[in-house]
Write a protein that binds this ligand. Structure first.
Ligand code: CAA
Ligand code: NAI
Length: 255
């Protein structure tokens, strides 16, 4: 289905990103996995064998992202789809009254830097490369897919930094789609609910169970493959643009 398509997936060594890499490969695409040098990206690429490459990057670095785009061109000759999955989660109250300690500003800044600025960094640099593609019959040159979170809308206690970073991703989706419309590049954001990934598994199991119990239907954590399925649908459907799609079993998180 995606024969010849070239994708670049940040955070592609784990969780939702990895499932996306697998789905794109299954559909005949070629994929560059971008993730931290400390991630299992190299092993992941080895396991998946063909049509896949790993480039170690930090999404906040201009040099790293430019290097990943150059590798994409050198290896596969073009770039059609970017899926931004790289992200970090933090959980701290804005002020801890027991310890008389305010939220650590560096931690707030780093969350914004990775989740929001890192996503923007990849978009701004990748857009130039996607824009070099010849347009298809519909005038389309490529697609950029971002990952926000339902926490952008209903962040819980302790999620000020994380929610702010993800709300930023939601907020920039429409203006960037408008910026890139003339070049025929679509921009769509997915706001996942609760998916079983290493990030989610950092929460204690009782916390996971209690969150899971709040999902109306299906009353369970999502499978990463279900996120990847939405990525595939977004790529396939040319009318989807400038929108954030919740993928959450109708979950609205409680405080
Ligand atoms: C990854 C995604 O993108 C998807 C998601 O967002 S998944 C949701 C992730 N959610 C989180 O990570 C929650 C982050 N928050 C926390 O871990 C903790 O609230 C915290 C560590 C920040 C604070 O913990 P704390 O100061 O020890 O507070 P604690 O004493 O446990 O709780 C105080 C009150 O808040 C409530 N509370 C705390 N965390 C809660 C939670 N996650 N959900 C609901 N209520 C919560 C407690 O029930 C308690 O209520 P009462 O005062 O009525 O008894
Ligand atoms: N798992 C869930 O329930 C949800 C996840 N999300 C979001 O989905 C995205 C993927 O999350 P998961 O797969 O669950 O987490 P994960 O922790 O399994 O994967 C995230 C990947 O991002 C990489 N990464 C982190 N910082 C990076 C950086 N600076 N540069 C490059 N790569 C970096 C990590 O190394 C990791 O491989 C994240 O943006 C997360 O916030 C949103 C809502 C729910």
């Amino acid at each position: 289905m995606f024969k010849g398509l070239v994708g670049l997936v940040t955070g592609g060594a784990s969780g939702l990103g990895r499932a996306t890499v697998e789905q794109l490969l299954k559909q005949g695409g070629r994929v560059v996995i971008c993730d931290l040098p400390s991630s299992p990206g190299q092993e992941t690429a080895k396991q998946l064998k063909e049509n896949v490459a790993f480039v170690p990057i930090d999404v906040t670095s201009e040099k790293d992202v430019k290097n990943a785009l150059q590798t994409t061109v050198d290896k596969f000759g073009r770039l059609d789809v970017v899926v931004n999955c790289a992200g970090v989660a933090t959980a701290t109250r804005v002020y801890n009254f027991k310890k008389e300690q305010p939220f650590d500003l560096k931690s707030f800044q780093r969350t914004i830097e990775v989740n929001l600025i890192g996503t923007f960094n990849v978009i701004r640099l990748a857009a130039g490369l996607i824009g070099k593609n010849a347009p298809d019959a519909d005038g389309q040159r490529g697609v950029i897919i971002n990952t926000a979170s339902v926490a952008a809308f209903d962040g819980q206690i302790g999620q000020a930094a994380y929610s702010a970073s993800k709300a930023g991703v939601v907020g920039m989706t429409l203006p960037i789609a408008r910026d890139l419309a003339k070049q025929g590049i679509r921009v769509v954001t997915i706001a996942p609910g609760l998916f079983r990934t290493p990030m989610m598994e950092m929460l204690p199991e009782p916390a996971i169970k209690s969150l899971e119990a709040t999902v109306p239907f299906p009353p369970r954590l999502g499978h990463p493959s279900e996120f990847a399925l939405l990525v595939q649908s977004i790529i396939q459907n040319p009318m989807l643009n400038g929108e954030t799609i919740r993928l959450d079993g109708s979950l609205r998180m409680q405080p």
